[in-house]
Every structure is written in structure tokens, then in C-alpha cells.
Design a protein around this ligand. Structure first.
Ligand code: CMP
Length: 822
């Protein structure tokens, strides 16, 4: 056994060393790296065939032996490589964008895969005369497009975002479908089940959605754990790795649902919540780790797959060539029909946005097959239950087909993209690019002369070198001016708003990285930013402003929490909602203010827009400040406490930063730094945020009311029992004109506006309202609306009568006020 371990290590390290040596070559020839790896693998596999006979050249033959011993199995691909590869590709997907195109993606991935399976199966049966079930099995195997192969190529080519999402999304989801269909069909071929079509569909739905559920639940648990781990980046990254494998195993092995769907879902959840769990550096670190894992897995798997090819292809005969031809034809015809037939229909019936012809062409041609198809083919070849004939049929044809897509499609998809101009920038992007170019180049010129002066080089030399830069800068400026003129003001404004929103997100990320906001608030902020972006996309400036107004609204959660307090006296949820709103508004006002300052500095980048963007920003800032002010007015002590804690936290961060920069400049040693850091840590641990106290107890609120001040203490207590505290939200209608009234209100803090004809009347602390309906037993005369967060004491009719009967002096006071109002 020991022997095998070192052999495996040797094999893997040798293989990886070889693999990365191919990298520069692939880059130079702008040839897909993965395809080149597969080619190298084939060459090694071939050498192995020829060289292993009797020769012994030390480490080299050991290495070949080792590679031979690495003999890849379907299980290795499925359980070791697939989770990592799928997780990595799904991590880069923007869930919101995915959801925008989810209909065509799922349609292609599920219905499309089934159709393709049937078409390929029938065609193969007609050509080869093999049993239909076997042909269908092969159809399912070759219908799974491979995210790995496609994603790698798209990354290299810089494909448009939406196109990438369509293709990657389809590839991820149809892997899951293919594996499920494969499992069902192979059980049927092996005679282990004779499920009909209906049972098959039910089984499929269970497996597909079961996988999603497993991935979702596990990811929520894991992200919760990560939040709990706080600043510790390495353990958190480790959890992302274990999440990938555990979700796959739990789903596939224990619960018998789709492992791929579980991994995809888990990764999407992590991707969408990640920015509220990791600091920016932490997130980059994690992305880096995953990129590395993906790179390793890709490098190993494509070489290993390549190595297996010569062995499998040894059985290849002339008949196989004909069959392979038929397979290629059938598979591509089916794909063509799906993409040019199904996708436009979806757009017609309104299930999906239209997909441009160029995109469809790339989707058609870029449907590569790779690791998943091979893993499933290997699973057939390793299974003695299948007859040798079936095993060689599936093995040779699938391997041949994968090679065709890698050799032909992967190497030419670039040309298809070029043909449809998909590697080009849009008009707006082009104008932005040229402006960036002119700014950048001009900067180079000035810096160069500074450098020349500092290093005592003749000015003439500097100007000689910088001259071409200046020329290009001028040219770019001229071009960008021309381009900019062709773009409408709306389009420019959209670009400007997009940039501004992206910067806004960064200001929140800065605050989050400094520990100033909680994960929960960060998620809310990010949601707000996403809504703004959607708003811009849908309706430019107006969409942006509407989206912002919506983020400021008190949501249903707040309303529900207020109801809970009123109905059953539960204050917990309301307190939480208010504290969260505090934190949220504090973060937005701070972010927007930082942005506003920056905006003034950055005017040069978008001169024609600067003032308009500035205006929009100022208006937003004013709205957010007003909303925050409204809360502050209601809870001044809490606000002050919160702000103090915040400043202390910032001070701690600043102290950290000082020591860090001293360390970076070698002014202090690492030991001294650690010692200082410990001290700061201890200080930071002591900072406490205040807890919000709504103060919604009758006896506290009654103290604010001069109205009851004259009563002796025991009677005050009795009054307290009659009065029910309630917090009303800004803008909430407390009394509606014309309704029947069953209570009156005392204002303990805050203010209410009585809606009257010439001018509204504002009632404040100590005032009461709603007495007229009770006194006269008449409908409400006018409406009353709460101005801010207002604490009221409610007195219901029955208690009202009791109170007035017992206290004639209060009765006459209320009556006097009512008379005056009438
Ligand atoms: P009611 O009619 O029960 O409901 C509406 C309330 O608005 C009313 O009782 C008074 O408490 C209050 N209200 C009506 N008119 C005035 C006014 N002129 N000034 C202040 N408050 C008023």
C-alpha cells in the first residue's frame, strides 16, 4: 500500500509539472489550455503503450508507471473532481443574472437534454442496430455539455456576460439532468428496474429538486457557521471546500438525490451571501483558493482523460467511424434544433428575453462535451453487468465524440464569436475605453517627466519617450469625443449611475471590512445596491430613484413587528427592526456622503454628467439623512450611544492601521507588532454597542404626560393599567376620518398631524386626540397621521368612561379642549 502512495504522489506531481509547461504554449498559440492538455495526455497514453515494454530508465519509467497506476475511474471523476469543478464554476455566476435567464437555461438543460437524448438515441439505433435503451443511454451521456471545458474557454475569450451565463448555466444544470437520466436508463438496461416514463419523470423531479434542497440547506448552515467564525479567514475557506464535497456526498450517496444540483445550489448560495460573510480581502483569498483548486483539477483531469484515450481507441474500427459520424450529425442536429427552435419560441411566449442570433450560434457551437460525459462512459465500461459489446460501443463512441468537440468546436468557437462581433465592445464601452485610454496615457506622460527629473535624466530624453504617449492620448481623446457625441444623454447617464452604484457598494464593503456593520445589514445594503442596478437597467434615472425610494420604505417586516407589539405586547421583533434600520441608515448616509465628496473630486472622469450625478446623489443623501433623523429624534440616547461605539471602533481600526504601516515599513518588528495588536484587540473587545430600549411601558410613558401629573400616586397607577402603549410608525394613519372610534390617544413622545382644511395642526408630546368621537359618540371628524416614530398611550371607550366618571376635573379638561377644537 505504502508503495502506492509514493507512486501516486510521483505520478501527480510529474503530471502537474508537465501540465503547466503547456500553459505558455497554449497562451502563445491562443489555443484552449484544456484541449492542449488532453492532447498531451493522449501522447503520454500512447507512449505508455509503446514504452512500458521492458525498458527501465529510473525515475522516468517510475513516472510512467505511476501515471499508469493513476488509472482514472468514473468514481474518481465523480467524487473527487466533479464537486470541485462544479463548485468553482458556479461560484463565479451572478445569481441575479442567472435568474433573469433561468427559463431558457432550465428549458435547455432539462427538456432540451431529454429531447437530445431521444433524437440521438433513435438516430443511433437506426444506424447501428443496437438496442434502443443502449442507444438512449449513449444519447444521454453525450448530451451533457461540459461547464469545465466551456467556462475555461469563455474566460480566455472575454465573452459577454449574458452569453457566458446562458452557456455556463445550461452546462451546470444539464450535467445534473444527464447524470439522473443516465442512472435511470442504466438501471433499465441492466434490468434492475422497468420503470415506465411516468415513474421516470417522478423520479427525475425528486432527484433534481431534492438536490437543490440539500444544497440550499447545507449552504445556509455552512454560511451561518462562517458568520460565527468571524474574522478567521482560513477556517472559513476550509468550510467552503468541505461544503462542496459534503453537499455532493450527502445528496448523491446518502439521500440519493442529485449531487451536482446540490453542489451548484450550495455554490450559488455561497456566492450570493459571501460578500456579507467575508471581508473583501477574505473573499479574494477564497476566490484565489478556488481558482487554484479548479486549475489543479482541470489540469489533472484533462491529462488523465487524454491518457485513457489511446487505450479505448485501440478498439476503434472503420464501422466505428461511420457510427461516430452519425452520432456527431445527430447530436449537433438536435442541438441546432433546440437552440434555434426552442429558445426563440420561449421568447415568443414571453418566458424568456430574446437571445440574439450571434449568442445562439455560440451556444450551439460552444456546446462542448468533457469530463461528465467521460465519467459516465467510464462508469459503463467499468461495470461488468453490461455486455462487452455495450461497453466498447459506449466507450469508443463517447470518447470519440468528446474528442471531436474538443478538437473541432473548442478550437473554433473563437471564430464564431468573432464572426458575430461578440468579442467587440459596445458603443458605450468603446467610448469609455477611449476616455480611459486618453486619461491613462496623459498620466504616463507627466509621471515620466517627474521620474526623469528625480533620476537626473535629461528632459529631452523624457519628452522623446513620452511623445508617442502624448500623441496616442490626443488621438484617443479625439476619438472618444467623436464616439461620445453619438451616444445619447440617457445612455451616458446610465453609465454614470452604474459606476456610481458600484462605488457605493465599495463604500459599504469598506465599512463591512472595518467591522462597522453586521452581516445582516450588509446583506440588506447589497440587496439595495442590486435593486438600484436593476432600476437603472429598467428605467435609467427614474428607475434608480424609484428603487431608492423603495429601499427607504418601512417594509412589511416592520409593519408586522408593530402589529405584534400592539396585539400581544411583544416588543422584541420591533426593537430588532428599528435597530436594524438604524444601522442600515447609518451605513447608507455614511456611504453616500463619502461618495458625494468623491464625486466632486472625480468630476474630470465624466464632465458632462458630473453635475447631474451630483444632484441625484445629494437628493438621495437628503432623503436618507431625513429618515435617519426621524429615528434619531425618537431615540436620541440610543443614537448617541451607537455613534459613540462606532467612532471607537473606527479609532481601533485606525490604530491597527498605524501599527500595520509601521510593520510594513520595518519600523517595528513582527514581535512588537503582535504585542501591540494584542493590546488593541483587548481594547476592541471592550467596545459595546448600546441596546435599544423602546421604553414602551405605560408607567414610563405616563411620566411624560402633564395631563396626569396632578393625580395622586395610587390613582396614577390605576390610570397606567388602563393605558395601552403603542409605537406608531412614520406616516402611519392613526385615525381615519369617518370611521367609528373606540379609543382616544395620548402622545407620550413624538408628534402627530391632524389633517385639517386650511392647514394641518401638529400635536406634540403631552397632547391628546381622538376624544371627540368618544365624547359625542360620533364618527371621527378628521384623520390623524403620525409624523415620526411616535409613542402613544391608548385609552379604550370602557376605560375612558370609568376614568371620566372618577375624575371630573379630567373630564372638564378634555371637554374644554374638544369644544375649542370643534
Ligand atoms: P376624533 O373626531 O375622534 O378624531 C379626529 C381627532 O382629531 C378629533 O377627535 C380631535 O381629537 C382631533 N381634532 C379635530 N379637530 C382638531 C383641531 N382643530 N385641532 C386639533 N385637533 C383636532
Amino acid at each position: 500500500m505504502m508503495e502506492h502512495v509514493w507512486l501516486t504522489v510521483l505520478g501527480l506531481s510529474g503530471l502537474l509539472t508537465l501540465a503547466v509547461l503547456v500553459w505558455p504554449l497554449a497562451a502563445r498559440l491562443s489555443f484552449p489550455y484544456t484541449v492542449m492538455l488532453a492532447a498531451i495526455g493522449c501522447a503520454i497514453g500512447y507512449l505508455e503503450h509503446v514504452l512500458t515494454q521492458g525498458m527501465n530508465i529510473g525515475i522516468l519509467s517510475d513516472m510512467l508507471d505511476a501515471l499508469h497506476a493513476l488509472d482514472i475511474t468514473s468514481e474518481t471523476i465523480l467524487f473527487v473532481f466533479l464537486p470541485a469543478l462544479v463548485f468553482e464554476s458556479a461560484l463565479a455566476i451572478d445569481v441575479r443574472r442567472l435568474m433573469e435567464d433561468i427559463a431558457p437555461i432550465l428549458m435547455l438543460a432539462v427538456v432540451g437534454l431529454l429531447i437530445s437524448t431521444v433524437v440521438v438515441g433513435l438516430a443511433l439505433q437506426a444506424v447501428t442496430g443496437m438496442a434502443l435503451l443502449v442507444c438512449l443511454l449513449l444519447g444521454a451521456i453525450v448530451s451533457a455539455t461540459d461547464p469545465v471545458a466551456v467556462v475555461a474557454i469563455f474566460k480566455d475569450l472575454g465573452a459577454p456576460k449574458r452569453l457566458a451565463i446562458l452557456v455556463e448555466g445550461e452546462s451546470l444544470f444539464n450535467d445534473a439532468t444527464a447524470i439522473v437520466v443516465f442512472t435511470i436508463l442504466s438501471a433499465m438496461v441492466l434490468g434492475e428496474s422497468d420503470a415506465g416514463a411516468l415513474a421516470g419523470i417522478a423520479a427525475f423531479a425528486k432527484v433534481f429538486f431534492g438536490g437543490i434542497a440539500v444544497g440550499y440547506i447545507l449552504a445556509r448552515i455552512f454560511t451561518g457557521l462562517m458568520e460565527w467564525l468571524g474574522d478567521a479567514v482560513l477556517p472559513k475557506i476550509t468550510l467552503t471546500l468541505t461544503l462542496a464535497y459534503l453537499s455532493f456526498l450527502l445528496a448523491e450517496h446518502y439521500l440519493h438525490v442529485s449531487g451536482v444540483m446540490a453542489v451548484v445550489t450550495a455554490s450559488l448560495v455561497l456566492g450570493s451571501r459571501g460578500r456579507s460573510i467575508f471581508s473583501r480581502d477574505g473573499w479574494h483569498e477564497m476566490e484565489g483558493v478556488w481558482e487554484q483548486v479548479g486549475f489543479l483539477a482541470n489540469s489533472v483531469i484533462f491529462v488523465l482523460v487524454g491518457i485513457a484515450v489511446p487505450g479505448i481507441m485501440a478498439e476503434f474500427t472503420a464501422t466505428h467511424f461511420v457510427w461516430l459520424g452519425a452520432l456527431v450529425l445527430a447530436a449537433f442536429t438536435a442541438r441546432f434544433a433546440l437552440i434555434f427552435g426552442l429558445v426563440p419560441v420561449l421568447a415568443k411566449i414571453g418566458w424568456a428575453q430574446a437571445v440574439a442570433v450571434g449568442y445562439r450560434a455560440v451556444m450551439f457551437w460552444g456546446g462542448l462535451r468533457g469530463a461528465v460525459s467521460l465519467a459516465l462512459a467510464l462508469a459503463v465500461m467499468e461495470n461488468d453487468g453490461f455486455s462487452p459489446e455495450i461497453r466498447s460501443f459506449v466507450g469508443t463512441l463517447v470518447t470519440g465524440f468528446v474528442l471531436v468537440t474538443l478538437a473541432v468546436n473548442a478550437t473554433t468557437v473563437q471564430l464564431v464569436m468573432k464572426a458575430f462581433g461578440l468579442d467587440k465592445l459596445s458603443a458605450v464601452d468603446l467610448a469609455v475605453r477611449d476616455r480611459a485610454l486618453s486619461l491613462g496615457l496623459a498620466g504616463v506622460g507627466t509621471s515620466l517627466s517627474d521620474v526623469a527629473r528625480l533620476s537626473d535624466l535629461p528632459e529631452s530624453l523624457a519628452s522623446k519617450v513620452s511623445q508617442p504617449y502624448q500623441k496616442r492620448a490626443d488621438q484617443a481623446a479625439a476619438e472618444s469625443g467623436g464616439e461620445a457625441a453619438t451616444i445619447s444623454h440617457e445612455a451616458w447617464l446610465q453609465v454614470g449611475l452604474k459606476v456610481m452604484t458600484a462605488r457605493e457598494q465599495q463604500t459599504y464593503q469598506d465599512q463591512f471590512d472595518q467591522g462597522l456593520i453586521s452581516s445582516e445589514t450588509m446583506r440588506r445594503l447589497l440587496r439595495g445596491v442590486n435593486d438600484l442596478q436593476d432600476g437603472i437597467k429598467a428605467g435609467g434615472r427614474q428607475g434608480y430613484e424609484t428603487a431608492d425610494a423603495n429601499t427607504l420604505k418601512l417594509g412589511w417586516q416592520m409593519a408586522a413587528a408593530a402589529q405584534l407589539q400592539r396585539r400581544i405586547g411583544l416588543t422584541g421583533p420591533l426593537t430588532r427592526q428599528l435597530a436594524q434600520r438604524f444601522e442600515y441608515l447609518r451605513a447608507t448616509t455614511m456611504g453616500l456622503r463619502a461618495l458625494a465628496e468623491e464625486q466632486m473630486v472625480n468630476e474630470s472622469a465624466q464632465p458632462e454628467l458630473a453635475s447631474e450625478l451630483g444632484e441625484i446623489l445629494q437628493a438621495r443623501l437628503a432623503d436618507h439623512t431625513a429618515a435617519l433623523q426621524c429615528l434619531r429624534a425618537a431615540y436620541p440616547e440610543y443614537a448617541a450611544g451607537l455613534e459613540e461605539a462606532l467612532l471607537e471602533q473606527i479609532a481601533v481600526r485606525l490604530e491597527y492601521a498605524e501599527y500595520k504601516s509601521m510593520l510594513a515599513q520595518s519600523a517595528i518588528s513582527k514581535e512588537v507588532y503582535s504585542d501591540l495588536k494584542r493590546e488593541v484587540d483587548a481594547h476592541a473587545a471592550k467596545i459595546q454597542r448600546p441596546t435599544l430600549d423602546l421604553g414602551l411601558e405605560a408607567h414610563k410613558l405616563v411620566q411624560n404626560m402633564p395631563f396626569f401629573a396632578g393625580l395622586p400616586e395610587d390613582q396614577q397607577k390605576e390610570v397606567c393599567r388602563m393605558l395601552k402603549p403603542r409605537l406608531v410608525l412614520p406616516g402611519e394613519q392613526v385615525i381615519t376620518q369617518g370611521e367609528r372610534g373606540d379609543c382616544m390617544y395620548f402622545i407620550s413622545s413624538g408628534a402627530a398631524r391632524v389633517v385639517l382644511d386650511p392647514a394641518d395642526v401638529i400635536l406634540g408630546r403631552g397632547d391628546f386626540f381622538g376624544e371627540m368621537a368618544l365624547l359625542e359618540d360620533a364618527p371621527r371628524k378628521v384623520s390623524v397621521v403620525s409624523e415620526g416614530f411616535t409613542d402613544l398611550l391608548t385609552l379604550f371607550t370602557k376605560d375612558f368612561r370609568t376614568l371620566l366618571a372618577r375624575h371630573p376635573e379630567l373630564k372638564s379638561e378634555i371637554e374644554a379642549v374638544a369644544r375649542e377644537r370643534a
